[in-house]
Write a protein that binds this ligand. Structure first.
Ligand code: FAD
Length: 432
């Protein structure tokens, strides 16, 4: 079982001592946002920056309680897992347009950090790692693709002994170094963004779960002790939606990811693990991913590759995987381990749009475990859609949401089947 209440690296090292009141009155606003993770806060901040000052955000627990406060902090390029999966919805041109947008996330995060002075420890340097010749070929293709976007960052394919210049591991034969990516303290990033949002005049409420929503020309959201009436509503609850909105509940299924954190390591050991003090992942359909932290710890993340289950001992589960990559860490102590759900749609691409027949009810969800960077792009586009509309909002919101049939009865079975298909298809997408 995963204890979602447990401490994480992020809660243990957060730099912002922020808290917001719970909602105990009836208020009237322009826009109400449900969910206080990257999606809710980012969209609200984008809207506030566009001049919408009358915004309320409701968070069921505390800001960052969801995936946003428990992820690996990996800043990776792209959106979704495989753009081919959305080709039938948006066509070749649409895929190209989305690919061009998809590299902008890290720069949006950097600009946010600079603009609001957020203490998020953004560290540049990302290694996409390959085990075999097929993956090496994929990484060479990615190098061309990424470079075609005219990134201002260094992007370089590495092979053989060169790989050791960015990582102290013998298991990889190739790597693609992308200096635009890297890692970030995601909870500090979120809290800094929330502070900026409240600086724009938005009202943020914690420990204020939405318990009832009534749609109409004006939307009414009730909490235990208060209510918000608004012109527009945004659902941003991702894997924590908990059946609150049946239409959205139907379109994703939750699978789980796990993280562990080592004790602080000596400088020399960190230098050996990661000469660039960066973040890494392999490129298999279900990745292992890891990074060093500012405090000289190694964060190592994983998910079950095939059979969906919750490991009994998260520390040991991740440690075993970590030792495959870094066998010389066998005597290192694991200080913390945690995990959390990730909402996945059938095409593994984030879902944005408005509910059918309800043009003032918007949603964002389904990052499929890949939401830190994508949420920053996707929510910019969603805010455009909620404000004045934009061609790229029209494009992305046109991607269909398939219903995940049987998700409530057969979650584990469906995830296992999905992972099997995903893993097998990795042989012809060059990821295995
Ligand atoms: C262990 C793990 C590791 C991950 N690693 C990475 C990574 O390294 N890189 C990456 O890109 N992505 C990663 N992800 C995915 C990423 O963290 C998520 O995609 C992203 O944070 C989703 O943000 P969100 O705001 O949409 O959802 P969340 O952060 O989950 O926020 C949703 C919020 O809605 C609130 N809520 C729910 N119901 C209600 C209600 N009724 N009323 C009010 N509030 C409500 C919840 O309390 C929650 O705080 C990881 C995820 C996990 C679980």
């Amino acid at each position: 079982m995963i204890n979602i209440e447990t401490a994480t690296y992020y809660t243990a090292t957060k730099k912002y001592d922020l808290s917001f009141p719970s909602l105990e009155e009836d208020i009237d606003v322009d826009i109400v946002v449900i969910g206080g993770g990257f999606s809710g806060v980012n969209t609200a901040l984008e809207l506030a920056e566009r001049g919408f000052k009358n915004i309320a955000l409701l968070e069921a627990r505390y800001l960052g309680f969801g995936g946003t406060g428990r992820n690996g902090g990996q800043i990776m390029a792209g959106i979704g897992h495989d753009l081919d999966k959305i080709k039938k919805d948006v066509g070749e041109d649409g895929v190209r347009a989305i690919f061009e947008i998809s590299d902008q996330g890290a720069d949006i995060i950097q600009a946010r950090i600079d603009k609001y002075g957020i203490m998020a420890d953004f560290c540049h340097g990302y290694g996409y790692m390959g085990y075999n010749a097929r993956q090496a070929k994929t990484l060479r293709a990615w190098e061309k693709d990424f470079k075609s976007l005219n990134s201002r960052h260094e992007i370089r394919y590495l092979e053989g002994p060169e790989v050791k210049t960015i990582i102290g591991s013998d298991v990889y034969g190739s790597a693609l170094l992308h200096m635009g990516g890297g890692h970030v303290h995601s909870l500090n990033l979120l809290l800094g963004e929330a502070l900026a949002l409240s600086g724009h005049g938005a009202k943020i409420f914690e420990y204020s779960p939405a318990v009832e929503v009534v749609y109409g020309d004006r939307v009414k959201v009730r909490t235990a002790k208060g209510s918000v009436t608004a012109n527009k509503l945004l659902w941003a609850c991702d894997s924590f939606l908990n059946r609150m909105e049946p239409e959205l509940h139907r379109s994703t299924i939750n699978t789980y990811a796990f993280q562990c954190m080592t004790e602080p390591l000596p400088d020399e050991l960190i230098q050996r693990i990661s000469p660039i003090r960066g973040a890494y992942s392999d490129i298999r359909p279900v990745i292992d991913y890891f990074r060093v932290t500012k405090e000289n710890r190694l964060l190592f993340g994983s998910a079950t590759p095939l059979i969906d289950h919750l490991p009994r001992d998260l520390k040991e589960w991740n440690r075993r995987l970590m030792l495959k990559v870094f066998p010389y860490l066998r005597d290192v102590k694991i200080d913390l381990a945690w995990g959390g759900p990730m909402a996945c749609g059938a095409n593994l691409f984030p879902q944005i749009g408005s509910l059918p027949g309800r043009p003032n009810v918007f949603y964002v969800q389904g990052y499929a475990g890949f939401g830190v960077t994508p949420s920053h792009i996707i929510c910019k586009i969603l805010a455009e859609g909620m404000a004045e509309g934009s061609p790229r909002y029209d494009l992305i919101s046109s991607i269909r949401r398939a219903t995940v049939v049987g998700k409530d009865q057969f979650r584990s079975l469906i995830c296992t089947a999905g992972k099997t298909v995903h893993q097998v298809s990795g042989y012809w997408t060059g990821r295995r």
